[in-house]
Design a protein around this ligand. Structure first.
Ligand SMILES: [Zn+2]
Length: 67
């Protein structure tokens, strides 16, 4: 699988909800959770969410402020 944001780079994690794959860099930078505000039934077992929970919640708040 290829990273959604880095074509040609091998992906390591999958967003099970959207079925997109991401490389390690995207995981580390928390670019792999693109809908942090939306409910996701996969979160309890999601590696991305596990690592990016804080960052995702912060981004969600920022997105809501803009709207
Ligand atoms: Zn990537």
């Amino acid at each position: 699988m290829e990273c959604r944001f880095h074509p040609g780079r091998e992906a390591e994690v999958e967003c099970q909800k959207l079925e997109f794959w991401y490389c390690r860099e995207c995981l580390v930078r928390c670019r792999a959770c693109t809908d942090p505000c939306l409910y996701c039934k996969f979160r309890t077992g999601c590696v991305i969410w596990e690592l990016c929970r804080k960052e995702a919640k912060k981004r969600c708040k920022e997105m809501q402020k803009k709207n």
